[in-house]
Design a protein around this ligand. Structure first.
Ligand code: PMP
Length: 379
């Protein structure tokens, strides 16, 4: 299988969303048919029990990917909801809240809401590579600190273990939006001392519409929804069996092959960068290149004077993006690039390429040739 599809698009936008792995779909299908109809919370018949068992197996697979226990995983509709429950539901009364300047809008908006509710809030700056310096976290008492594991625009990996330690030393809580880090398996919540972590199915080759929040045993979160007592009342609502099974399968596969995927993607990324750097005068790299500093499949580049959005229109064969799909409606320059000290011109002249599990070397070579041609014309 390749990243290409029947619509003729070469899909290079894996930071926005990953395709459903066919092996995940195969495990989901039996839970979508008539024979699987049944509420997983129905205690009175076999259908309900079987569905509940499948969901609990999936919960175990989600937990195993991040080094957690099954009882520490709550299924959510996605990471937007997980971030909201972690921040709005996880912060104790009166605590200050800190987050990095490069967080996803679903975190930034919650921190804004907490400021409106009277919490002191602070935005942690990042360096030119997009990293938060753990020494910049200056708290003298308990606080809720939220820093993503890896950035969704430039792929920068954050020193979450150091940040979590700092936070814990002051009796605080550390949350990480781990959405982008998990397809290549970069998190161990127990070893890293993380209290809360958000996951999303459609960023690790699982289905859309499902995610999870890891809540370390002993950490209290106040529910945002009220209803039946599902998931201990912390997140009530009927669980979607097929989606939970899909998320579990995706996590199991990520655990099995994440490291191998990462090694292959790193090679493809460098192959593509070499072609672009050679063919496009003035091209600069925004995404970190050093080993362990950036996501394996992410290449984010800027070309001086380029109108990136306009140039993408000349590349109808390629599914790429100029930034984050979640901010694309807003039309302004990327808050991530500005926080990294890039100019507005650079921010509008940037392209994000997200390679993924099914991207082939042939596709990378073809994309490289098409991009060089279009970017030479555009700059
Ligand atoms: N956080 C990050 C870093 C993301 O990239 C995304 C998706 N773009 C989200 C949160 C939101 O996830 P979901 O689509 O599952 O709500």
């Amino acid at each position: 299988m390749s990243g290409g599809a029947a619509d003729g698009l070469m899909y290079l936008d894996h930071l926005a969303s990953t395709p459903l792995d066919p092996a995940v779909l195969e495990e989901m299908l039996p839970w979508m048919g008539v024979a699987a109809a049944g509420n997983p919370h129905a205690a009175g018949h076999r259908r309900g029990w079987r569905a509940a068992e499948a969901i609990e197996r999936a919960r175990g697979d989600v937990a195993a990917l991040i080094g957690a226990r099954a009882g520490e995983i709550l299924f959510m509709s996605g990471a937007t909801e997980a971030n909201a429950l972690a921040l709005l539901g996880g912060v104790p009364e009166g605590w200050p809240v800190l987050c990095s300047a490069v967080e996803h809008p679903s975190v930034l908006a919650c921190v804004g809401e907490l400021a409106r509710r009277g919490h002191a809030t602070e935005t942690l700056p990042v360096d030119a590579a997009g990293r938060v310096d753990p020494d910049a976290v200056r708290i003298d008492g308990p606080a809720l600190v939220s820093v993503m594991a890896a950035n969704n625009e430039v792929g920068t990996i954050q020193p979450v273990a150091d940040l979590a330690r700092r936070c814990r030393e002051r009796g605080g809580l550390f949350h990480t939006d781990a959405v982008q880090a998990l397809s290549t398996g970069l998190l161990d919540v127990a070893a890293m001392g993380i209290d809360l972590a958000s996951l999303s199915g459609h960023k690790l080759y699982g289905p859309m519409g499902i995610g999870a929040l890891y809540v370390r045993q002993g950490v209290a979160v106040r529910p945002l929804l009220f209803g039946g007592g599902q998931q201990g009342g912390q997140r009530p609502g009927t669980l979607p069996t097929a989606l939970c099974v899909g998320l579990g399968a995706a996590c199991r596969i990520a655990r099995e092959r994440g490291a191998a995927d990462a090694a292959r993607l790193r090679e493809l990324r460098e192959r593509l960068f070499a072609v672009l750097a050679d063919g496009v005068p003035g091209l600069r790299r925004n995404s970190p290149s050093a080993e362990g500093m950036g996501l394996a499949g992410c290449l984010h580049v800027a070309v001086p004077g380029l109108d990136a959005a306009d140039r993408l229109l000349d590349l109808p064969e390629l599914a790429l993006s100029t930034g984050s799909a979640c901010s694309s409606g807003e039309g302004g320059p990327s808050h991530v690039l500005l926080a990294m000290g890039r100019s507005v011109e650079d921010a509008f002249g940037s392209i994000r390429i997200g390679l993924g599990r099914f991207t082939t070397a042939e596709e990378v070579d073809r994309a490289g040739a098409l991009l060089v041609e279009a970017l030479q014309r555009g700059s």
